[in-house]
Design a protein around this ligand. Structure first.
Ligand code: CA
Length: 388
């Protein structure tokens, strides 16, 4: 009899644990404006591998949701051990470990409003040894929004050794840029928005509306074109950076938004010191000493390009309003655009290439501008070979 009661209680215990796990994501979502501390099992982000550790595209399903119940996942970075770091714009950072567990990492002092908050994340090229991670964070300094690049050491699921390596990037409720990546030259490149001050994009002394280039410690490279952090200017709100196999830098950029006008989103080939035209020219318009986009969306279509990633001759980027995974085949100095997963997952923000050469995309349906589906927001692994 005692044994039977024991089994009964064990059964109730299992049911209780199961109920907690089922409800855990919702609790987490509700508290995600705060600093979460939950550790929770989720599907493993790890790539499949053969016994010798290699992977091939044929081993992967076309599409697989690998994380869900996130809130506005903004960027994704892969650690050398195969685990995955994800930022959420409201100010949360999660590590999806090898065994599939999700651990929250505290990020202090993030001011999340509109398009601002915890944005881009990237790892130092030598992260395997120095554990250095970079965060693009909006803060509120005496009522004024500013964007900062913070450098931390990430060890034991904790950010330590905080260093502010770049501050006073103009911030605003909208147009905060926020994507970061190390280039093939070992420099850190950063996209910044015009922070709703259009003229600042043409001012090479302002850090707004630019692509910036700094050393890993925040110092200014001697060969930057204007003696400061600015690498290229005349940008409205670029949010995607990617280098192709020839080492050329591509960037995606959000075009105009007014009460009546939209579209004119851009794909640009970025060169040092060049002026990309905002706010003086847009679309196919030309002006002396200003660079016209390789491709623009035209006036009648809006991509709202929020990212960029390069893989095997293609530039991929996510579309927020476009709700599409865009793929631009690079043909010399031109591109040929195709549209994939149209409206399938809603708003698409991040696109990153994993260590398995799969695409990892994030949805952004919790940002107030989309339709929230079950499990949103998600990180989805896409087999690029399936996008034909
Ligand atoms: Ca432009």
């Amino acid at each position: 009899m005692k044994a039977k009661i024991g089994v009964l209680f064990l059964g109730i215990g299992i049911i209780s644990v199961a109920a907690f796990i089922i409800h855990a994501p919702k609790m987490d979502q509700e508290k995600s404006e705060d600093t979460p501390d939950a550790t929770e099992a989720l599907p493993s982000p790890l790539p499949l591998a053969t016994s010798d550790g290699t992977t091939t595209a044929s081993m992967f399903p076309d599409r697989e949701v690998i994380a869900e119940n996130l809130k506005i996942p903004w960027d994704i970075a892969f650690l050398p051990d195969g685990s995955m770091l994800v930022s959420e714009r409201p100010g949360n950072l999660f590590l999806f470990a090898k065994d599939g567990t999700r651990t929250a990492i505290d990020v202090p002092d993030v001011r999340s409003v509109g398009e601002a908050g915890l944005l881009g994340i990237t790892l130092h090229p030598d992260f395997g040894h120095n554990k250095i991670v970079y965060l693009y964070v909006t803060i509120d300094e005496n009522g004024q929004f500013l964007n900062r690049i913070l450098r931390y050491t990430l060890e034991n699921n904790t950010l330590t050794n905080k260093q502010i390596i770049l501050t006073k990037i103009p911030g605003a409720q909208f147009h905060d840029g926020g994507r970061m990546d190390f280039g093939p030259d070992g420099m850190l490149y950063i996209t910044t928005g015009d922070a709703r001050n259009e003229k600042s994009a043409q001012d090479t002394k302002s850090l707004a509306g630019k692509i910036l280039r700094i050393r890993d410690d925040g110092s200014i490279p001697a060969d930057n074109p204007f003696g400061n952090e600015v690498y290229s200017y005349g940008h409205r709100n670029p949010q995607g950076l990617a280098w192709d196999s020839e080492g050329r830098l591509w960037a995606t950029e959000h075009g105009r938004t007014t009460a009546t006008l939209t579209g004119m989103d851009e794909i640009n080939l970025i060169e040092k010191g060049k002026n990309y035209g905002w706010p003086d020219i847009e679309g196919d318009k030309t002006a002396p000493n200003m660079v016209v986009p390789v491709l623009n969306s035209g006036a009648d279509e809006t991509w709202a390009p929020a990212s960029a990633a390069y893989l095997n001759g293609y530039l991929y980027f996510g579309g927020l309003r476009g709700e599409t995974l865009y793929r631009a085949k690079i043909l010399g100095n031109t591109v040929e655009l195709s549209r994939h997963l149209v409206k399938k997952y809603g708003r698409i923000r991040a696109v990153r290439v994993g260590p398995d050469n799969m695409l990892y995309i994030s949805t952004s349906n919790q940002d107030g501008r989309g339709t929230v589906h079950d499990g949103d927001d998600k990180i989805i692994r896409i087999n690029p070979d399936s996008l034909e």
